[in-house]
Design a protein around this ligand. Structure first.
Ligand code: HEC
Ligand SMILES: [Cu+2]
Length: 378
């Protein structure tokens, strides 16, 4: 009987929690199903036609019974909810020290790259136990699902969107990796193994260059190479210029767009800015940036994003500016509302205003009314 596993191996920090929740939900479901069907059966037999029971004063209303069948399920439901919130939130919020692994799903294979050392793998993933890893997942064609049952971890790989999830493996060994989304002819072959190693074994594996023998460059280095090769630097300098905004400290910053919306410069925003610059056209600039939609694949775009991230994190800058603006008396209720409420299109000056790089820093624009703008608040 010991050899009859009801659940897969528990090999990550989530596994036990997920199994406990699953067991509780299943037990509750079974309990109430049995209860309800037993009552149906007993009552149906007892009150069947022709049976000799007292049918005087049939009641059609009983407050006590109604309270009895609504209150316990309500309390049980709330208990399940409270119990689930924490693990659920945890599963989608990687710890800050998690190392990133970039995952591309494509028909019909998984392509993975370690951001710390640049090692690339196909349908295999090597990780040490006891350390958190964050996965950034995208698809190059249709929807796939990155699924490691032993880790109780599953996340969709979507075209055009970065999804993240994280895990920390607890058990050395070989764990199945699947695609959980039917994605075409060879869907069933789209999978492989996650190898969880002891930290020493893992360090040796990394030293030997992993499974790729050729020299591995980190995504950041590869991104720098691409940036040079594609001459992005012809327009993007260290400082904002007439030609283009600087990409230093861009990551995490608030951007005001010409379509009246505001955005935060996260992975998805930068990906769009590179592939479809017309959709993220910045206030104060002309649409001179070429689209790289057809010339760069997902791997290359991710490399560029990693390079841009390495140029500094601007969320701290943004926050500081926002509080500064918010404490100013008039018109400063929302740092992004002022520039966003400017007329859009041809009326926008071609010369970059100071505010193009730093929202709401330009005093001249602070007089605008803060009403009637899309995305003026976040
Ligand atoms: C011909 C000049 C030019 C070239 C070449 C160019 N860009 Fe741009 N880029 C711009 C301009 C102008 C903007 C601002 C207008 C806009 O949003 O499209 C911009 C905006 C951006 C943004 C958004 C910046 C922000 O502050 O929100 C990113 C990211 C970006 N470019 C990355 C790149 C990368 C990566 C390359 C090389 C693959 C590149 N650019 C090549 C001109 C250029
Ligand atoms: Cu698939």
């Amino acid at each position: 009987m010991n050899n009859f596993p009801l659940v897969p191996d528990q090999a990550s920090t989530f596994a036990k929690q997920v199994d406990d929740i699953f067991l509780a939900l299943t037990s509750l479901t079974v309990f109430f199903t049995v209860l309800v069907f037993t009552l149906i059966l007993v009552l149906a037999i007892r009150y069947r036609r022709g049976s000799n029971v007292n049918r005087a004063n049939p009641s059609d209303h009983n407050v006590l019974v109604e309270i009895a069948w609504t209150t316990p399920p309500l309390i049980l439901g709330l208990i399940m909810f409270v119990w689930n919130v924490k693990p659920y939130a945890e599963a989608f919020n990687p710890p800050a020290n998690a190392e990133e692994i970039f995952v591309i799903g494509k028909r019909w294979m998984w392509h993975l790259q370690h951001s710390a050392n640049g090692i690339r793998e196909n349908n295999e993933l090597h990780v040490p136990m006891g350390r958190p890893f964050k996965l950034t997942i995208i698809s190059q064609d249709v929807i796939h699902g990155f699924y490691v049952p032993d880790f109780r971890m599953k996340r969709d790989a979507m075209p055009g969107q970065y999804n993240t999830v994280w895990f920390q493996a607890t058990k050395p060994g070989k764990h199945h990796l699947f695609c959980s989304e039917y994605c075409g002819t060879n869907h069933s072959e789209m999978g492989g193994w996650v190898y969880v190693m002891t930290p020493e074994d893992y360090n040796n594996w990394v030293k030997s260059g992993g499974t790729t023998a050729d020299k591995a460059s980190t995504p950041e280095q590869a991104g720098y190479d691409l940036f040079t090769q594609l001459a992005c630097g012809n327009c993007h300098k260290d400082k904002d210029s007439m030609r283009a905004p600087s990409l230093h400290n861009l990551f995490g910053r608030h951007r005001s767009l010409q379509n009246g919306q505001t955005a935060i410069a996260d992975d998805t925003y930068i990906r769009k800015a590179i592939r479809n610059p017309e959709e993220t056209l910045l206030q104060g600039y002309n649409a001179t940036m070429p689209s790289y939609k057809d010339s760069l694949d997902e791997q290359q775009i991710h490399d560029l994003i990693m390079y841009i991230k390495s140029l500094g994190n601007g969320s701290a800058v943004s926050l500081q500016k926002a509080t500064e603006a918010a404490t100013k008396p008039a018109g400063g209720a929302n740092p992004s509302a002022a520039p966003a409420s400017q007329p859009v299109g041809s009326a926008t000056p071609a010369v970059p205003a100071v505010s193009a790089g730093q929202p709401a820093a330009a005093p001249g624009t602070a007089g605008g009314s803060a009403t009637g703008t899309v995305g003026g608040k976040f």
